[in-house]
Design a protein around this ligand. Structure first.
Ligand SMILES: NC(=O)c1ccc[n+]([C@@H]2O[C@H](COP(=O)([O-])OP(=O)(O)OC[C@H]3O[C@@H](n4cnc5c(N)ncnc54)[C@H](O)[C@@H]3O)[C@@H](O)[C@H]2O)c1
Length: 332
């Protein structure tokens, strides 16, 4: 299989490494707005670097992987669709519903596949949680607690382009809540704090956020995120039902210390960040994409799934700004 990868930054260079090692990938050509960055990644992997995106699309390709900065996603998705190529794209498609819908229309009209990079769907813990809910082992769910805590904030320049904490970060939690529970979010009530470095206030963003989501069966979900968690990288989900409760992401690397005198050993070395914590999930999602391109497996996360998660994030942003609950079906 011949794959073209666009965007060789943090996540793109990681994806490039996964693809370069994949037994089904015969050739990999990469491009980046910064041609020297693409050349560096290609050189390290024995891949080919195209001088720009147009040159990449001139190659004979079977599929495209898009890991550029968010602002370029929608246009590159449409370009791949126009070329008749299946595409994998990092989240999000775009930062608003109209931009997302335009890209999805291009894909639908071309009849191509688009897989979105919600890698938590491939994490062993979240998969086990989904199975536990489906099996009935937990009984009727009453409460779900989802949390994403980054150890340190991204560069200040990233914030104004990120879409804010709900669209950039909590969107992963919104997607995985839908996927694990199999339910839709109907209403949200969200707030945030811009305490900490001035860069959050200057970007109109928040450094910590909390959302209360109501699912269509009445289950209540809290989803929290912060950019500054001194203890380490912490991504977790707890699901509590009438029969049992379980946790995803609770192990000896969870940066959480019990202060009870009888507690056992303190946590071990915390996860350093998403690339370490979710490395197997990133590999599995690209393996699923290869199988999708080969026609061997269905699409595990299409564009409509990404649109659904974005609408929840948009509703949270509206709720935060207007300081009132917001219905997800009012987002268009
Ligand atoms: N799924 C996840 O866990 C996850 C994690 C990190 C980032 N992301 C997403 O991946 C994307 C990239 O994030 P990152 O952290 O790697 O950013 P980054 O800034 O490290 O890299 C982005 C790269 O895209 C390149 N670029 C920008 N515009 C381009 C264009 N028009 N054509 C080609 N290249 C272009 C930049 O030069 C840069 O090298 C973002 O959309 C982000 O939301 C997802």
């Amino acid at each position: 299989m011949r794959i073209g990868l666009i965007g060789t930054g943090r996540i793109g260079s990681f994806h490039a490494g996964v693809l370069a090692r994949h037994p089904e990938v015969e050739s990999l050509v990469v491009a980046d707005a910064d041609a020297s960055r693409a050349a560096g990644v290609a050189g390290a992997l024995g891949a080919e670097a195209a001088p720009d995106v147009t040159a990449l699309f001139a190659h004979p390709l079977d599929a495209v992987v898009i890991a550029s900065a968010t602002a370029a996603h929608a246009e590159l998705i449409a370009r791949a669709a126009g070329a008749g190529l299946p595409a994998f794209c990092e989240k999000p498609i775009a930062l608003d519903v109209p931009g997302t819908s335009t890209a999805l229309t291009a894909v639908a009209e071309a009849g191509t596949e688009l897989q979105l990079g919600f890698m938590r769907r491939f994490d062993a813990g979240y998969r086990a949680a989904r199975e536990a809910v489906r099996s009935g082992r937990l009984g009727r769910l009453h409460t779900v607690r989802a949390a994403t805590s980054d150890p340190a904030p991204p560069p200040a320049a990233y914030l104004p382009l990120s879409g804010g904490l709900f669209r950039d970060c909590l969107v992963h939690d919104f997607d995985i809540v839908r996927w694990v529970t199999g339910r839709e979010v109907v209403e949200v009530y969200a707030t945030g704090s811009d305490a900490g470095p001035a860069m959050f206030r200057e970007a109109g963003d928040v450094s910590t956020a909390a959302a209360l989501l109501t699912l269509d069966d009445g289950t209540l979900v809290t989803a929290t995120a912060t950019r500054r968690n001194g203890a380490g990288y912490d991504v977790r989900m707890e699901l509590a039902g009438e029969l049992d409760q379980i946790a995803v992401g609770l192990d000896d690397r969870t940066p959480l210390t019990s202060v009870e005198p009888w507690a056992s050993a303190p946590p071990g070395k915390p996860w350093t960040g998403f690339l370490e914590r979710f490395a197997p999930a990133y590999e599995a999602e690209l393996d699923a994409f290869v199988r999708l391109v080969r026609g061997e497996a269905p699409n595990p996360c299409d564009g409509l799934e990404a649109l659904a998660a974005l609408r929840i994030a948009e509703a949270c942003e509206r709720s935060r700004q207007e300081r009132r609950p917001a219905r997800v079906d009012a987002i268009d």
